[in-house]
Design a protein around this ligand. Sequence first.
Ligand SMILES: O=C(COP(=O)(O)O)N(O)CCCOP(=O)(O)O
Ligand SMILES: [Zn+2]
Length: 305
Amino acid sequence: MLVTGNDILVPARAGKYGVGAFNTNNMEITQAIIHTAEKLRSPVIVQMSEGAIKYGGQDLANIVIDIATRATVPVALHLDHGSSYENALKAIKMGFTSVMIDASHHSFEENVRETRRVVEAAHAMGISVESELGRLGGIEEHVVVDEKDAFLTDPGEAVQFVEETGTDYLAIAIGTSHGAYKGKGRPYIDQARIERIGELVSIPLVAHGSSGVPAEIVGRFRDSGGEIGDAAGIADEDLRLACQHGIAKVNVDTDLRLAMTVGVREVLTKNPKEFDPRKVFGPAREVMAGIVEHKMGVLGSVGKA
Ligand SMILES: O=C(COP(=O)(O)O)N(O)CCCOP(=O)(O)O
Ligand SMILES: [Zn+2]
């Protein structure tokens, strides 16, 4: 059933488990996410960035809304990295049940002002809101932050920000970053900072940049002709621990991108004569479903629906 982000994340924070917030850009990704959630009896958040909305528009949103509405587990449709009040309201008009206003690149005061505007408007329509304090590194289309500007979330500021904005959940900068290159070896995640913020702030916390970039998928990506550098993601154990300390929404996009591309590449390299899209995107959907299943197991949301 289609629900708000709060309907999913408030119980997750209280139950000390995480819920995957998986980005979608087409039907197969959406099916892999929601059908796996139903199989595992897990709540789930399907999210579309502004880039995804530009790519798939209301057509894609309607596919998500239709599958989510018919789903037998709670599903929220979330606007990821909304860049303005106007875009947040547009997403709500499109049928989104949760929106992010990402004003983290502005001053603290401006971020509070912009976030509070969205909270007031969204709450008047029964929609829940994510905001961000602190800045991630990493590069994703439309979400590019120069490493040197990346800064981590101050626990005291987080308390003040939540009080002054009324945000429902808060994305915090904890050392993770978007994309496949999160650092050398075992990428850094500031567990002490998460724990401190979790002690002071009772609303659900959000971890962006949480893909694990699993070595198995990276190996298959290379073996099927893909080119990727020294890729590394967040360790499963680090995510488990983060969810014990207040992280309730866990953003995953890169892992699904890699999984889909591996599925497509493997079919096309093994069967050069293949041109039936169902035989190309069907296996890709299966590889993505495996990623979703693994993540839900790591976060502890299996059986929570
Ligand atoms: O936190 C994440 C993804 O983290 P990940 O890269 O570790 O999967 N996100 O919010 C996904 C951002 C995707 O933006 P775009 O569609 O513009 O490229
Ligand atoms: Zn993000």
